[in-house]
Design a protein around this ligand. Structure first.
Ligand code: FEC
Length: 302
């Protein structure tokens, strides 16, 4: 009997403020942050209430997939916090899993996002001696249920704007920036973001839209731009009546949405007197969970 499973992968988050230093050190490949860097990140977590809801949402998403796939075992493996990808592979081995679908909770492929998750599963497979097979989903940025969720969320977000600003408001479709060096090897990440944006804009009858980047790391190397914080003043200068941010590179509320968009970008828009709205995140929306389950199901029959 084939023992099938789904390995759901996500970024991971510190459980509380006491774990921020270890988490940041892990993201920095084992180099502890300087005290001022740690304080700056801790302050961002404090500003969103001291804790990110990411793990709770990832868990709800994994359970939603399991419930829609007749109780198939679903394992959570995170990049930067427990339960880690290696913990999940160890458990899959112990449970006798023979075939797993690897589904990253990020729609767009980059060698530094989905590619990195895959490298971590392959390394854990080698170190644990798990002999099962893995079918990775490379990207799902044009999945119909995901696009429909975003179109609906965009219509709702525009309703929050002053009535006379809605039609000509500019929609910014955003994803996490990455170092520019990914572009040298033809990484599809920016093209995939643009494809998602074009598909959603067409569905939701959005006339004016752009793609932009957010949450660039605090490192000396150049990151892909333009950053939303540069785009907002330019839109104001060009006479845009309002802006809607659709952070379609993410599927949950977490620090990069709740701080970088809801606090940092919203504050800047306030200073610029530019009416501002943000689309709600997919989180555990039932139709979005249907979409995730169908992606996993399709991959399992490949
Ligand atoms: O809510 C939470 O607690 C976690 C929020 C969180 C998510 C997230 C998603 C992505 N990241 C991606 C790439 C990078 C690269 C670096 C980097 C750094 C950070 C830092 C924090 C952080 N990231 Fe993140 N990311 C989240 C949080 N990220 C905190 C460190 C402080 C800072 O720079 O702000 C740079 C380090 C490196 O070189 O590795 C690169 C990408 C995603 C979205 C897709 C995915 O899940 O992989 C890409 C959520």
């Amino acid at each position: 009997m084939t023992r099938d499973a789904v390995l759901v992968m996500a970024y991971g988050t510190p459980r509380d403020l006491s774990e921020v230093e270890a988490y940041y050190t892990d993201i920095r490949h084992g180099r502890p942050p300087a005290p001022e860097q740690l304080e700056e990140l801790t302050a961002r977590y404090r500003a969103i209430g001291g804790q990110s809801p990411l793990l709770a949402i990832t868990t709800a998403q994994a359970e939603g997939i399991r419930d829609r796939l007749n109780g198939i075992p679903v394992y959570i493996g995170q990049k930067h916090a427990a339960p880690r990808i290696s913990d999940a592979v160890t458990r899959m081995k112990a449970d006798g899993v023979e075939h797993a679908v690897g589904l990253v909770l990020a729609p767009h492929f980059s060698s530094m996002s989905v590619g990195d998750y895959e490298r971590r599963v392959r390394a854990a497979t080698a170190s644990t001696g798990w002999t099962g097979t893995l079918e990775m989903v490379p990207s799902w940025h044009l999945e119909p249920g995901y696009l429909e969720f975003l179109s609906g969320a965009l219509r709702a977000a525009r309703e929050q704007l002053p009535r006379d600003a809605r039609r000509e408001s500019v929609v910014l479709f955003t994803a996490h920036s990455l170092p520019e060096r990914i572009l040298e090897s033809g990484d599809p990440y920016p093209d995939q973001l643009r494809e998602t944006a074009a598909a959603v804009a067409a569905q939701a009858n959005i006339e004016v839209w752009e793609t932009a980047w957010q949450s660039a790391g605090r490192t000396p190397d150049p990151w892909i731009g333009p950053d939303i914080l540069e785009v907002l003043p330019r839109l104001k200068e060009q006479g845009a009546p309002a802006v809607v941010i659709c952070p379609c590179g993410f599927v949950a509320d977490h620090l990069e949405v709740l701080y970088d968009v809801d606090i940092e970008a919203r504050n800047l828009a306030g200073e610029l007197e530019l009416p501002f709205a943000r689309t709600r995140s997919p989180n555990d929306d039932p139709a979005f969970l249907d979409a995730l389950a169908s992606i996993a199901k399709r991959a399992s029959t490949n």
